[in-house]
Design a protein around this ligand. Structure first.
Ligand SMILES: NC(=O)NCCC(=O)O
Ligand SMILES: [Zn+2]
Length: 648
């Protein structure tokens, strides 16, 4: 029975506690010889030497002494261990708890070539700190490295503060918002907006489960009213259009806030199209398909056997034929970036909670052990992607998005020694009889494939070899993930561009007699105080102002209203012929008032025109031109406007 193949033992002890051996350690020095080493950017024939959990060298023909374990990888691929970005181990959900905990789920992962996963912490009654502590406890028996995302299920000041603690002290750099599961995990748009803003300020990645929860609720009622209570009702109640709507909404809100977005388990063409559109427009949106969505279709939900049909219930639902193939294409062309599992297993007894009502079937399927094999077979085996692409979508991209590259996701000197050896000529068959999950069912039951992970090395130890697991409870490490991943590059600049594109606020003149009088008094006060302080004025300051860019139809009254706010005016002359239209001379009684007017009115918007208000610059003009000629010019101008600068 697969459920009893493993048991918990004391943390890191290798102690047996239920008759199944666990292993304290194996060699800390390993040489992998003669394989094709594949990274996301490059593949080469090389040896890989590992010491104390770290990759020390990657090059051809490495020579070592006797005390080193040598693995022959001739004809095989040596690749970074998989990183699953989306799992739910020991998660309390829909009235029960997932059957795989951190030990059994991770053991299964290692048998399938995945050496790290990122699980979702669910807050306790909305409390993040309590949620984090609960997951610290749940993960004590971990046997491989793991990180945490965190769900946000309510909003208040405390949550906002705790998000900062999670990011700065606990190594969480992503928060998930469920737009589905009305009445339990679902958040409304106002909470999502608050969350997006907070994520942006913390440099944390916002993630969404994108289904319209209100509409799903309506769809479920509709099915029950039609007498459809079986697993097929699950798919019918939450069609692709509801996934497309929520994906589009989340993407648009993220664009409004200008923060990156990660859409988890993209299951439909509808959602994928929204992601494609946004990415084409330059928005930072990551799309994560999951293995079940890539290779299964929904006909299983119509199976007459409830035990079979119910095991395929997950959300968003597995879709009709065609969606999966389109998602594969999107993955191969880069519209979608990485593959997860959403591993969230319930055994058949737990699934039976919804025997009479599909709404009570715990949502979730397996995949942690199968992801690497099925992705290789479906995507590389079919020729849709290369081995380097495979490494990118199963490992490297995840490490980059969550900011742990190249510690993870690469076979490079200095990287963690999380390595798999995959034999492309070896085949497998998936079955709940032989898998390592505790579940008694498997959604890939009976599936055969080519390309098998023969060796898994996690943290520098061989944990899977010859179809045998050698796992140590408590040996897995929590991996802190720093905030501000590459997805945040350029956000500040685009915010600055946005602000400078606004041409706002527009300064507007309000022509209101009473207000003018009051403000005239207050402007006069400023002038008085300038004068009282005996402020020295710059040499160009002049009682005579030359104003340009005025509306052609501006009246004297409007001019007095605008300029009169700054003090007593001796004279205003508005240009009224072809050459002078749109200009005016304004002469103040007091030079301090003239200064106030220039300071406040330059750039002022009057009827959509920005005023240019200048001091009459006698000195400047005289430098440029012959003094006499200039004086004549000015005299001519003054005459034209009928302006006098001589004191009466
Ligand atoms: N996906 C699913 O059906 N179960 C896990 C919870 C979630 O991710 O929505
Ligand atoms: Zn999930």
């Amino acid at each position: 029975d697969s459920a009893t193949q493993f048991c918990s033992a004391e943390r890191g002890s290798g102690v047996e506690s239920c008759g199944i051996p666990s292993y304290s350690s194996s060699s800390t020095r390993i040489l992998i010889k003669g394989g094709t080493v594949v990274n996301a950017h490059h593949q080469q024939l090389a040896d890989v030497y590992v010491e104390d959990g770290i990759i020390v060298a990657v090059q051809p023909n490495i020579k070592v002494g006797d005390e080193v374990t040598v693995l022959d990888a001739t004809g095989k691929f040596v690749m970074p261990g998989g990183i699953d970005p989306h799992t739910h181990l020991a998660m309390e959900f829909m009235g029960t708890e997932t059957i795989d905990d951190f030990f059994s789920g991770q053991a299964a992962a290692l048998a399938g070539g995945t050496t790290m996963h990122i699980d979702f912490v669910i807050p306790v009654n909305g409390n993040l700190v309590a949620g984090f502590e609960a997951y610290e406890n749940k993960s004590r028996n971990a046997c491989m490295d793991y990180g945490f995302h965190m769900a946000i299920t309510k909003w208040d000041e405390g949550v906002s503060k705790d998000m900062e603690i999670m990011v700065k002290e606990k190594g969480i750099n992503s928060f998930k918002f469920f737009l589905a599961y009305k009445g339990s995990l679902m958040v409304t748009d106002d909470l999502l907006l608050e969350g997006l803003k907070r994520c942006k300020s913390l440099g944390a990645l916002a993630m969404v489960h994108a289904e319209n929860g209100d509409a799903v609720f309506e769809g479920q009622k509709r099915m029950i009213e039609l007498g459809i209570t079986g697993p097929e009702g699950h798919a019918l109640s939450r069609p692709p259009v509801l996934e497309g709507e929520a994906t589009s909404r989340a993407i648009r809100l993220a664009r409004f806030v200008n923060t990156p977005l990660y859409v988890v388990h993209v299951m439909s063409v509808d959602a994928m199209d929204e992601i494609a559109k946004a990415r084409k427009a330059g928005q930072k949106v990551i799309g994560e398909p999951v293995v079940s969505g890539l290779i299964l279709d929904d006909h299983w939900l119509w199976d007459p056997d409830f035990k079979i049909a119910s095991k395929y219930v997950m959300s968003p639902p597995i879709r009709s034929v065609g969606h999966g193939k389109s998602l594969q294409e999107a993955l191969s062309t880069g519209i979608l970036q990485l593959v997860g599992t959403d591993h969230c297993t319930f055994n058949s007894t737990q699934k039976a909670l919804g025997l009479d009502d599909f709404r009570k079937i715990p949502n979730g399927v397996n995949g942690l052990e199968e992801r690497m094999h099925l992705t290789w077979d479906t995507m590389v085996g079919s020729g849709q992607i290369s081995a380097t692409d495979f490494v990118r979508i199963t490992s490297t991209e995840c490490a980059k998005i969550f900011n742990i590259y190249p510690r993870k996701g690469a076979i490079l000197p200095g990287s963690d020694a999380d390595i798999i050896i995959l034999n492309p000529n070896s085949s497998y068959e998936i079955s709940s009889k032989s898998h390592h999950s505790r579940s008694d069912t498997n959604v890939y039951e009976g599936r055969r494939g080519q390309g098998k992970v023969e060796v898994t090395i996690a943290g520098g130890r061989i944990v899977w070899e010859n179809d045998e697991l050698k796992v140590v409870p408590g040996s897995g490490k929590y991996v802190e993930m720093p905030h501000f991943s590459y997805l945040f590059d350029g956000i500040e600049k685009s915010d600055a561009n946005y602000l400078s594109s606004l041409r706002a606020p527009v300064k507007r003149v309000r022509i209101q007699k009473t207000a003018t009088r009051r403000s005239r008094r207050s402007r006069a006060m400023t002038t008085v105080s300038l004068r009282k302080q005996n402020t020295r004025l710059p040499p160009e300051v002049n009682r005579v102002l030359y104003v340009r860019n005025l509306p052609f139809n501006i009246t004297s009254e409007e001019m007095y209203d605008i300029f009169g706010k700054y003090g007593a005016i001796r004279q205003i002359r508005i240009g009224c012929n072809k050459d002078t239209k749109g200009t005016a001379f304004v002469v103040y009684e007091d030079i301090y008032d003239a200064k106030q007017a220039v300071d406040h009115l330059s750039g002022f918007n009057v009827a959509n025109r920005y005023l240019i208000v200048l001091y009459y610059q006698h000195a400047k003009m005289s430098k440029k031109f012959d003094q006499k000629k200039n004086e004549e010019e000015v005299a001519k101008l003054q005459e034209k406007y009928g302006v006098s600068t001589k004191d009466k």
